[in-house]
Design a binder for this molecule. Sequence first.
Ligand code: IMP
Length: 174
Amino acid sequence: MADVLSTLISEADLQARVDALGVQIDADYGGEELLLVGVLKGSFLFLADLSKRLGTNVSIDFVQTSSYGGGKSSSGVVQIRKDLDINIEGKNVLLVEDIVDTGLTLTHLRELLSVRKPKSLKVVSLLSKPEARVHKTQIEYVGFEIPNAFVVGYGLDYAERYRNLPYIAILQPE
Ligand code: IMP
């Protein structure tokens, strides 16, 4: 039997929302320099699409934290696997997340980045599961609030599969 995927957010709806986020973020930063920090690997498609909608004053870097280890539940431990290449002191940093679930990863990343004295630090997350939140954390821009289900696609994986889907689907494993 194969995994069952049911579409939650279509490709068209994703693209329309990324368009709107791009317009809002561009307006908020008003042409100031902006460093997008993508959280690997889940944010890669969102960051790529969002960055194409922003102006010319944009740089891009990535961090990678420990993942769920191939399963569907959090280990409760966040480790940095790959740190930034760029010094963020004095820079406007926009952290680009795929999804905020319990909030553990984002809480940790906010702390880690804020001690490096950026000029500003904000977060954009494509998806948020408010019902799953354990660690209260601020998210300045949210693409979609979704129910507390396990989703894949548009960067998000289950055991490294389904990242390439151009839409978001709820996964019911075989
Ligand atoms: P948090 O630390 O619990 O907020 O989880 C954040 C990370 O868990 C995300 O960046 C994803 O990598 C992963 N994650 C949480 N929920 C899902 C999901 O529904 N599908 C795929 N990955 C998820």
